[in-house]
Design a protein around this ligand. Sequence first.
Ligand code: ADP
Length: 344
Amino acid sequence: MLRVAKSATGRLAATYLGIIMLMSIGFSVMFYNTSSHQLGRQLPPDSYFNTSPDGLPGGFGSRRQNVNEFLQARIDEGRSALLIRLVWLNILALIGGGVVSYYLARRTLEPIEEAMDAQTRFVSDASHELRTPITALQATNEVALRKPKLSIAEAKDLLQYNVEEAVKLKLLSDGLLGLLKQEHDAPQTTTVSLQDIIGEAMNRVVQYAVKKGITINDEVPNVEVLGNKQTLAQVVTILLDNAVKYSHPKGTIYLEGNTKGKYAYLNVRDEGVGIKASDIPHIFERFYRADSSRSKENKEGYGLGLSIAHKIIEQHNGEISVQSTIEHGSTFILKLPLAPTARS
Ligand code: ADP
């Protein structure tokens, strides 16, 4: 990768330098030709020698050769001095142009390299995450195959395990696709009410919340924001899903909202396990999962939800932040631009 980047920089710099030198040499040749022609015109015409200063013909005739030789020598001297200066100018252009070309090539290629780096990191992170469940699946099935006999119950257990792992892999691939989609597609924005967004997200998590005996308290005023209903509902779903996942059974989740200036604020507050201060700066990173989430049971996930939410909110010119205390719960805060009609 580094070698490819270096050779690309080298080639682009060489192209820039080629253009600079072509212009510099072209300009020098033109300048030399014009100046040399002008110098050549310093030689007096023949008629000059046929006329004396007082206007009588033949006055300087005898000195004609000497004057001509003298002037020709001065002209040749001038030409070679000009040539030397132009050669030096081109040498300087070569050195200065080399430095400038390299700098310009680096600046041109930097954003492309960053995008390539991000892509490579994404592919390597994704492969790493995919490897773990696939390896577990392979190992479990190989052990079962090596057994001389497999009872119906054992076979059913194995199939059950395979289905669960397939579901997890689907979850992961959905997450990866979701992330890619957010990187490429900017959502269409319209005026959309916060309550509609919340309603959509609630429908998706209600069963999960009921299963854990969790109550969701919706106290959000019905304000209108500028956004895309589907993707914003996806963000609230991610936050609610996490709030349920990291809440203690029978807990309560609070949805609160207000407006300030040109923005609406939506808080998703839980009283669950909380997040360690050292984890907070990283939770919006792709694949990041706090250790506490990895180790506890029923805390499935791949650390993709919050990075997807972050991307979506960024595309809405909003902000997402979190306040959390370990063992006391977390509050995720969404800041979204109010619809023009809702601005006071
Ligand atoms: P996932 O939940 O799939 O692991 P996310 O990207 O949604 O991935 O979250 C990243 C990490 O942030 C989680 O692993 C968890 O450690 C932490 N986290 C997110 N939401 C909460 C929450 N409401 N309470 C406690 N921890 C949370």
